[in-house]
Ligand binder design. Structure first.
Ligand code: MG
Length: 372
């Protein structure tokens, strides 16, 4: 049975336009970064891993993968598969720094960037800062810039939703590019092996195999009721993705740790009334940002920078989320009471909430570190 549908049935339309989503994924990220910085590791089987007996592989170079070595494999098992495997300790500061470099490139095109891990992100480029109509051209430019600025390769996938963009980036790895357009989506999904579906892990894939579901075509034959009965809430997600339907937004606030705002004053302030007045303005802006992001937190932090650039921060944590300006102002009052405001003129006040509650936008697939 072939499932027919109009384009509009499965593409989320944003202001009458089909969305353009890019997924970027660095190739063998940690291992490639180590090979970049140490010529002795190049073209050799390398595993980034801790040194303990019980350590597992965080990333394997493509040369190591030829021996069947992959991330999450115990180091001892990996060594049996490849006795001359070279182990390298992870250097997270290095990876974070590269991660910041690539994110800067993403932000040249859009602010709708949702990082999934240090080396992976979704970008919504339906509207973009350089007004390029082609997501393919943008993805290729990003790949080129990443290569120029980090000497590392990334793979890019382009499609009209997150699920398909993610699968597309995996399709021609490493240094790959692949686009799944609406007219190609149905055939692509039908032929896709179930274990390659984004959001279907090893355990779920095995369970699906038991029910005779080996590819997207098989999955599409199952009713919504059938899938919900066997896979619970995820059943709906599986039902939809078999039909290329994934309306989840690219959510730039997903990994955010805090939401904040600050104001540097044109002239330093020292009058207490003036300080409270400014604080109220900043609090209003802060709560507006929280509402905008649909994300709230339990901890309020205030920052005060004095005219001599000395700065202090003070925090208070509640056992419930801060959702209104009244709460922010009463916390601010408490924190101010605990602060010497007459010490020196103040040049900046900042406020942020952290300890964020991300539950609001949770979705079917888990946030996982992807070491591919
Ligand atoms: Mg990767």
């Amino acid at each position: 049975m072939i499932y027919y549908h109009k384009k509009s049935d499965f593409c989320k339309v944003k202001e009458n336009k089909i969305r353009k989503i890019i997924h970027i994924d660095m190739d063998a990220f940690f291992a490639s970064a180590e090979q970049r910085d140490n010529p002795n590791l190049r073209e050799k089987p390398v595993a980034v891993s801790g040194s303990g007996n019980r350590s597992v592989i965080a990333a394997a170079s493509y040369e190591a993968r030829k021996y069947g070595i992959h991330s999450a494999m115990p180091a001892i098992v990996a060594l049996k598969k490849c006795p001359f495997l070279i182990f390298v300790r992870p250097d997270f500061n290095k990876y974070k720094q590269i991660s910041e470099q690539i994110r800067k490139i993403f932000f040249e095109y859009t602010d709708l960037v949702e990082p999934l891990s240090l080396d992976e992100a979704f970008l919504d480029v339906t509207e973009n800062k350089i007004n390029l109509p082609s997501a393919t051209i943008i993805a290729k430019q990003i790949k080129k810039k990443i290569k120029e600025q980090t000497e590392l390769t990334a793979s890019a996938g382009v499609s009209f939703n997150k699920f398909l963009a993610k699968i597309a980036s995996d399709h021609n790895k490493p240094d790959g590019f692949f686009a799944i357009t609406p007219d190609k989506a149905e055939e692509f999904i039908e032929n896709l092996e179930i274990r390659k579906f984004f959001g279907i892990g090893k355990v779920t894939a095995e369970k699906m195999h038991k029910y005779g579901i080996r590819n997207g075509y098989d999955l599409k034959q199952k009713s919504l009721q059938y899938l919900i009965k066997r896979f619970g809430k995820q059943g709906k997600y599986f039902y939809d993705i078999a039909r290329g339907i994934d309306n989840r937004d690219v959510n730039p606030d997903r990994l955010r740790k805090s939401i904040g705002t600050e104001k540097t004053f044109a002239d330093d302030i020292f009058n207490i009334e003036n300080i409270y007045e400014k604080a109220e303005q900043i609090a209003k802006k802060l709560i507006a940002r929280c509402r905008n992001a649909e994300t709230y937190g339990k901890t309020l932090t205030i920052k005060i920078k004095y005219s001599d650039f000395n700065q202090i921060t003070k925090s208070k944590t509640l056992n419930y989320t801060i959702k209104d300006i009244k709460t922010i102002l009463s916390l601010t009052d408490e924190l101010f009471n605990d602060t010497d405001l007459s010490y020196k003129p103040i040049r900046l006040i900042g406020m942020s909430v952290s300890n964020l509650d991300h539950k609001i936008k949770e979705n079917a697939f888990q946030l996982s570190f992807d070491f591919k």
